[in-house]
Design a protein around this ligand. Structure first.
Ligand code: 6PG
Length: 241
């Protein structure tokens, strides 16, 4: 289902309201956070206006992907989320399950998979996140599953090590199998630069873009787009279910 917002502030505020409702419905919620620049505004709004509307003791935070860099590196998704969210909310430290970007990537993929396996409930033999937030790269990647590493979509591992195709930066990412096992997946996409890839991904007929293969088997898939990111969609596409 696609929701289009006039700007990213509206999108962010809607997401925050949805998250409040989602947390209220659950005794405990297992949330996989997205990185990159798009969700920064969401984390800022959560810290500014929603921090007391959510009982963070019920929330377990995980990272859908992480760059293999130290937490104080400006590339770190943990560092960004700490700067805009963790520093402001009353969440028990034991509920924050971040990737160790300084660990050996192969070892960290195993370690983080074990953490997820231990804490996140299981469905169909895989961890089942209540909500996975995802971004979308202009090359159609999501989380850190890149077009030249499509095999990760069907990996039977919980996490895998990937390599950014242009920078060579190592990443830890959830596999497509785990993402597609989630109760709910929300793509958060804003900006003119994403309009072309949004159209291609929603058309789902190139089969070249990892994001085309994200469809929770028994869950809910949503796209939150601002007008700019939705600019190339035609009316037919606006009603995908
Ligand atoms: C990451 C993200 C990645 C991101 C897209 C979009 O760690 O970079 O998980 O999948 O969501 O690359 O990035 P922007 O939001 O910066 O455009």
């Amino acid at each position: 289902m696609i929701k289009i917002f006039s700007n990213k502030d509206e999108l962010a505020l809607f997401f925050c309201d949805e998250l409040v409702k989602f947390v209220l419905q659950k005794k405990e919620i297992f949330l996989s956070l997205s990185g990159g620049s798009t969700p920064e505004i969401i984390y800022k709004y959560l810290s500014a206006g929603y921090k007391d509307k959510i009982d963070w003791r019920k929330v377990h935070l995980f990272w859908g992907d992480e760059r293999c860099v130290p937490p104080d590196n400006e590339q770190s998704n943990y560092g960004m989320i700490k700067k805009y969210l963790l520093n402001f909310i009353d969440i028990p430290e034991k509920n924050v399950h971040s990737v160790d970007g300084e660990n050996d990537p192969e070892k960290e993929a195993v370690r983080y998979s074990e953490v997820i396996k231990k804490i996140v409930p299981v469905k169909n033999e895989f961890p089942v996140f209540d909500l996975v937030m995802l971004g979308l790269g202009e090359d159609g990647h999501t989380a850190s599953i890149f077009p030249d590493q499509m095999w990760i979509l069907n990996s039977k591992e919980i996490c895998e090590v990937t390599v950014h195709p242009s920078t060579g930066q190592k990443r830890i990412t959830l596999s497509g199998t785990v993402i597609n096992n989630a109760e709910r997946v929300i793509f958060l996409v804003t900006g003119k630069s994403k309009a072309a890839i949004v159209k291609k991904v929603l058309e789902k007929n190139t089969k070249k873009f990892p994001a085309e293969f994200i469809h929770p088997d028994n869950g809910d898939l949503q796209f939150y787009l601002d007008y700019d990111a939705a600019a190339q969609l035609n009316n037919k596409q606006l009603y995908i279910e």
